[in-house]
Design a binder for this molecule. Structure first.
Ligand code: IMP
Length: 201
């Protein structure tokens, strides 16, 4: 995996290696399958960042479910405001159904909060949030995240579907991107996950 790093000095370190991602996604798939066994479950994956996670999560599911996608982007000039533009809406109705909102990363929480409000207007039976990464140190809005892959420190990450200016989505692991002025990540700011294990590069 190191060849990804040596080729690009902007990639500071691997925060979550590929095998740890696969293990955790598989655990989440089991957990979600048990909880929604008798339900009409629709996974709503938010594009673009969650497409790799959603594809792996779907394949870790042990129950019938459907998947749909919503595309969003920040309004120009207002990134981080939580005001998003829907670039692609759902193809299916969700009224009366159990919705699992699948996000790549929850940072301030403003985007997920906007999406929750938008989806509740369509009268689903329930909405639960599943986020691969939780950057809770930056949270501005308290959100009920039912399924969380990993808690991560306040660093900018790329890979496994997540980008910086549309780059790095292809990386099979999650890496820290060195942005101007960002501090180095030290070994004690390694990610943690609810199962209690830690992962190192
Ligand atoms: P929030 O509205 O602040 O919670 O931002 C959520 C969205 O910001 C995510 O769905 C990502 O698209 C993007 N984002 C936040 N932090 C990162 C990061 O570290 N890497 C890549 N995208 C990020």
């Amino acid at each position: 995996m190191n060849n990804f790093l040596t080729n690009d000095s902007a990639l500071q370190k691997v925060l979550i290696p590929q095998n740890r991602l696969q293990e955790r996604v598989s655990e989440l798939g089991q957990e979600i399958s048990q909880a929604f066994e008798a339900k009409d479950l629709v996974i709503v994956a938010i594009l673009k960042g969650s497409f790799v996670f959603a594809a792996d999560l779907l394949r870790a599911m042990k129950i019938q479910c459907s998947i749909d996608f919503m595309g969003i982007s920040s309004y120009a000039g207002q990134p981080g405001s939580g005001v998003v533009r829907i670039t692609k809406d759902l193809d299916q109705g969700i009224a009366g159904r159990s919705v699992l909102l699948v996000e790549d990363i929850i940072d301030t929480g403003l985007t997920a909060n906007y999406l929750l409000h938008n989806l509740w207007q369509r009268k689903p039976a329930s909405i639960d949030i599943c986020a691969l990464l939780d950057k809770s140190a930056r949270r501005l809005i308290d959100l009920p995240i039912r399924y969380r892959g990993f808690e991560i420190p306040d660093v900018f990450v790329v890979g496994y579907g997540m980008d910086y200016q549309q780059r790095y989505r292809h990386l099979p692991h999650i890496s820290v991107l060195r942005l101007n002025g960002s501090p180095d990540v030290t070994p004690d700011s390694i990610v943690s996950d609810p199962a209690g294990s830690t992962s190192e590069s």
